[in-house]
Design a protein around this ligand. Structure first.
Ligand code: KG4
Ligand code: ZN
Length: 338
């Protein structure tokens, strides 16, 4: 088979994502149901509630994308799902549903890596990057720099030794009294902040290498907050200034390492993906850096920065087309898939 129409299923965390990707015509349809509002009441994702909600939403979303593309289940050539990393129960809902559909329809099925989905999400855009490129993966669970030679040909250049960038944003948000998910809220608050008032450290930038560390920034944020609170109740301007200093420190650290990775590899294309790639300040700074060295930055469109089914359908289609598949009926969720 040279053309494949693949259903992609993403259920690794708190978004139920489903999409249809056709290796000839590209993305045919995608649908997403976000559980964010439900988990916000608890200040974070509740795994058991996430699994139950995926179970409720998944098949209706499958029907929705098929209807949108004017197709029926019989028109599918294969099925891909996120096998990991993620929440075990949530992953299991996607895996079991995908294998059930595959068994009923007698079609091949494949479990794919969630981060490979993020990594290749920019391939869904009108002007996708050509291989090879450097990729900065910044999500709630990962901060990695990867040299990408082609599909499945990845070399890790550096990664966080502790917290992920998105995780740091979420923790800083909590300290500032902002709701989950914190990244976009910290960014919004930072817009009102004075960039000159406070300066936070840029961890691990004073020595060579491409690894990251963000847990110190969390402590620095807390210490700064305490220092302000010792002076009296925290006013809105101080909160905004802290948010701004925090965002600048994370963004600057990411930019410094991206610059190094481009110099080290000699590559001129930089892909930025994962939830934190939605950060406007990060994009502005990277645009500027790329322009200076005749390089180009590539991002997924806004809704494909965070978790979605389209990136899973894309990766699944490439790999299924190359002949990869799960053994029928044999599957496992891999919560900590490296
Ligand atoms: O990729 P993603 O949707 O889920 C994971 O696989 O982790 O990333 C979610 C992360 C969260 O930590 C969220 O706070 C962060 O991405 N995030 C942002 C922004 N939008 C989402 N962080 C900073 N600025 C943003 N605009
Ligand atoms: Zn993700």
């Amino acid at each position: 088979m040279t053309i494949m129409r693949v259903l992609g299923i993403e259920t690794s965390c708190d978004e139920t994502g489903v999409a249809l990707y056709d290796t000839e015509h590209g993305l045919l349809a995608d649908a997403l149901f976000s559980q964010v509002a439900m988990h916000a009441d608890y200040g974070g994702v509740v795994p058991e509630l996430a699994s139950r909600d995926h179970t409720r939403k998944l098949l209706p979303l499958v029907d929705e994308v098929l209807a949108e593309a004017n197709l029926t289940r019989g028109d599918l050539d294969g099925i891909a799902y996120t096998a990991g990393p993620g929440l075990a129960g949530a992953l299991m809902v996607g895996a079991a549903t995908a294998h059930g559909l595959a068994l009923a329809l007698e079609r091949p099925v494949l479990g794919v890596h969630h981060m490979e989905g993020h990594l290749l999400a920019p391939m869904l855009e009108d002007e996708p990057p050509a291989f090879p490129f450097v990729a900065l993966l910044v999500s709630g669970g990962h901060t990695q720099l990867v040299e990408v030679q082609g599909i499945g040909r990845y070399q890790l250049l550096g990664e966080s030794v502790d917290d992920a960038a998105g995780e740091a944003f979420d923790k800083a948000a909590k300290m500032l009294g902002l709701d989950y998910p914190g990244g976009p809220r910290v960014a919004k608050l930072a817009e009102q902040g004075d960039p000159k008032r406070l300066r936070f450290p840029r961890p691990m930038t004073d020595r060579p290498g491409l690894d990251f560390s963000f847990s110190g920034l969390k402590t620095h944020t807390l210490t700064t907050l305490r220092a302000f609170e010792a002076e009296g109740p925290l006013d809105d301007q101080a909160r905004a200034d802290i948010a701004r200093a925090f965002e600048e420190a994370v963004v600057d650290t990411l930019v410094i390492k991206c610059r190094r990775a481009l110099d080290q590899t000699g590559l001129k294309r930089l892909v930025v993906a994962g939830g934190v790639s939605a950060n406007v300040r990060l994009r502005e700074r990277l645009e500027h850096e790329c322009a200076k060295r005749d390089a180009r930055a590539y991002y997924p469109r806004g809704r494909f920065c965070t978790d979605n089914g389209a990136m899973i359908a894309y990766v699944g289609a490439q790999r299924l087309l190359a002949g990869e598949r799960d053994e029928p009926g044999v599957f496992a969720a891999r919560p900590r898939w490296p």
